[in-house]
Every structure is written in structure tokens, then in C-alpha cells.
Design a binder for this molecule. Structure first.
Ligand code: CO
Length: 211
């Protein structure tokens, strides 16, 4: 007996439905992928990259982890960014967080969550950098504000990778976006426009507009 039979059935239905409208869909896509977007999002099951922006397979290159964190030395995330930028030549990197993020909420607590607390340390850092902005907020508001501040911080981290820095130096057209998604209504929001150059990044850091 095949385990998780219903998932294989779902898969057949899904593949057949696509082939009904476009018989060559999979054979064409198997030859190459040419996505324009790299999506860096949260692992949360309620925030699936392709579905949210209603794009079919082949359109979005995806990296997800808990609380959509871009750590300077995370070889997993850096490898994804490098492949996306240098090989696939994506035009846009989207860091997408979401309100009500459990990872962000856990990072605000002082309880023991096990190994993951080491990962969430990065979110605690964001909270520390922005202590004034979070002071006095009620719990839910504070979680959601930290979700936004975390996205802004991770956008900066993406921009500061050697990969994005080199792409800009070489004159590549590459934008880094910070978006937030609401699991309550399914709507995406652009947090503060996008960054397309080193000058723009520095200007934002100077005026503190990104925080
Ligand atoms: Co989350």
C-alpha cells in the first residue's frame, strides 16, 4: 500500500488539470527554468509563495525558513541567492514575512523553545536594534510591528550580501523588495518600496527610512 495515497491522487489530478489546458506545459518547463523572482519567505504552511502571487511552476525560485531570516553566514540561503542572481538572473528578490508569525512571537518570549532559540536569536537582535519602536505596544501590535521590522532588516541583509553587492557593481538590474502578508485576509502589502542600488541602500540607512 502506498503511503499518503491521497497526496499522490491529488498530484495526478493537479498534473492532469494543467495538461488539459496546456498539453506541453511540463515538457516545455522541463527544458529550463527562467524565473524572474526569488522569494525568501517564512516556512509557515499558510504562506505558500506561488499560490499567494498566483504564479505557476517555473516562475518563482524559493527559499523559506522560520521567520524569513537572512543570516550573513547562512550558506543555505546564500547559495540560493547566488544561484538565483548569478545563474538564473532573477530581476527581483522578495523578502516576504507575515503578520502573526509564530517565529517572531517565539523570539519575543523568554521561554525555552529548544534548538530553534538559536535561530530566533537573529530576530531577538532585530528587536534589540529597534527597542524604542517596540516600547509600550500591546502584544499583538508588538508582534506585527516586529514582523515588519524584521522584514526591513532582512532586506538590508540581502542587499549587503556579496552576491547582491557584486551584481549592482556589475550593473545588473536587480531590485530587493520587502513585503508583508496577512494570513487573516490573504493580502500582500509592499512595506517601503524597493532597493535597486548601493546608493539607494546607503541613502535609506542614512535617513533611517527602512526602519
Ligand atoms: Co512565520
Amino acid at each position: 500500500m502506498k503511503t499518503l495515497k491521497h497526496l499522490f491522487e491529488n498530484n495526478l489530478d493537479w498534473a492532469n488539470k494543467i495538461k488539459e489546458t496546456d498539453p506541453d506545459f511540463f515538457s516545455q518547463l522541463s527544458k529550463q527554468q527562467a524565473p524572474e523572482y526569488l522569494w525568501i519567505g517564512c516556512s509557515d504552511s499558510r504562506v505558500p509563495a506561488n499560490e499567494i502571487v498566483n504564479l505557476p511552476p517555473g516562475e518563482v525560485f524559493v527559499h523559506r525558513n522560520i521567520a524569513n531570516v537572512v543570516v550573513h553566514t547562512d550558506l543555505n540561503c546564500l547559495s540560493v541567492i547566488q544561484f538565483a542572481v548569478e545563474v538564473l538572473k532573477v530581476k527581483h528578490i522578495i523578502v516576504c514575512g507575515h503578520y502573526g508569525c509564530g517565529g517572531i512571537e517565539a523570539a519575543m518570549e523568554n521561554t525555552d523553545h529548544g534548538l530553534i532559540d538559536n535561530w530566533l536569536r537573529h530576530v531577538k537582535d532585530v528587536s534589540r536594534f529597534n527597542a524604542e519602536k517596540l516600547e509600550g505596544l500591546a502584544h499583538e501590535e508588538k508582534v506585527n510591528r516586529l514582523c515588519e521590522l524584521n522584514i526591513v532588516e532582512q532586506v538590508t541583509n540581502v542587499c549587503n550580501t556579496t552576491i547582491v553587492q557584486n551584481a549592482w557593481k556589475n550593473g545588473s538590474e536587480l531590485s530587493v523588495h520587502g513585503w508583508v502578508y496577512s494570513i487573516r485576509n490573504g493580502i500582500l502589502k509592499d512595506l517601503n518600496g524597493y532597493i535597486t542600488s548601493q546608493e539607494q541602500l546607503e541613502e535609506r540607512n542614512r535617513t533611517n527610512m527602512t526602519r
